[in-house]
Design a binder for this molecule. Structure first.
Ligand code: ZN
Length: 244
């Protein structure tokens, strides 16, 4: 695990979220899935769903429809597709539109999270995203007047400000010493991780995060706040959509 590998797979997506195609070799392939030596498939986690894509080899393609995480990172082939045997050199390709939309959505959620913490003091209690659509729950007992329109305005102001989104890896102790590093109340950094990956929307929001993000907030695009719902006494669910 950690910040560069999952099992035997070198995670190319962590260092370069813009990578969509690469050469690699199949290490294992069975009913559990396909393991590559190098992969840019985001395996899912932190609310961001896994990538889709293809493996191209010897004139055929294997569609990848999901992942399974265990000791290794298993890519799940589409039912009925041929599976490359171990040792096969393959070209991996991540479906660009889905991934790019997920990156914009994920970064958009961090901006939302940063704005709601900065201006309303509320912590995140949960969330979920699909390409272009997401929800985030906040612990906010009193809903301020015009909350929905205010957060939409504040989020889009941060998008327009085109803040840099910087990703870096810090030793655990250094990461934990950052103020406000854990913006969620429940997500704690796993105790066995010696290094922590940090996603910093410079000047707005710093989080421990393993996801893929755009390079600056202008790349997110316009964020619509679709709905604010009450889910329990103090829980507010904010639904957003990313539009072009
Ligand atoms: Zn995140």
């Amino acid at each position: 695990m950690g910040v560069t590998h999952h099992g035997r797979t070198h995670r190319l997506d962590l260092a370069d979220p813009t990578l969509r195609e690469w050469e690699c070799t199949v290490l294992a392939a069975d009913e559990q899935g396909i393991v590559l030596d190098r992969s840019a498939f985001y395996p899912g986690g932190g609310g961001q769903p896994p990538d889709h894509g293809v493996l191209l080899w010897q004139g055929v393609q294997t569609r990848i429809v999901g992942t399974r995480k265990g000791d290794d990172l298993y890519l799940i082939p589409a039912e009925g597709d041929p599976v490359p045997p171990p040792g096969t050199p393959v070209t991996g390709a991540v479906a660009d539109e889905r991934r790019t939309r997920l990156m914009r959505t994920h970064s958009g959620l961090h901006v939302l999270c940063g704005v709601v913490f900065r201006d309303f003091g509320a912590l995140v209690t949960g969330g979920n995203m699909e390409p272009g659509e997401a929800r985030m729950d906040f612990n906010l007992p009193e809903v301020p007047p015009d909350f929905k329109s205010r957060i939409e305005e504040l989020v889009n102001a941060e998008v327009a400000a085109d803040r840099a989104v910087a990703v870096r890896v810090l030793p655990r102790a250094e990461a934990l010493a950052l103020p406000d590093i854990i913006r969620t109340q429940s997500n704690l950094i796993p105790p066995d991780e010696q290094e922590v990956r940090i996603v910093d929307i410079v000047g707005l929001d710093v989080q421990a995060d393993g996801g893929t993000h755009v390079a600056s907030t202008a790349q997110i695009g316009k964020v619509q706040v679709v709905k604010v719902e009450s889910k329990g006494r103090a829980n507010r669910r904010v639904r957003v959509r990313i539009v072009d």
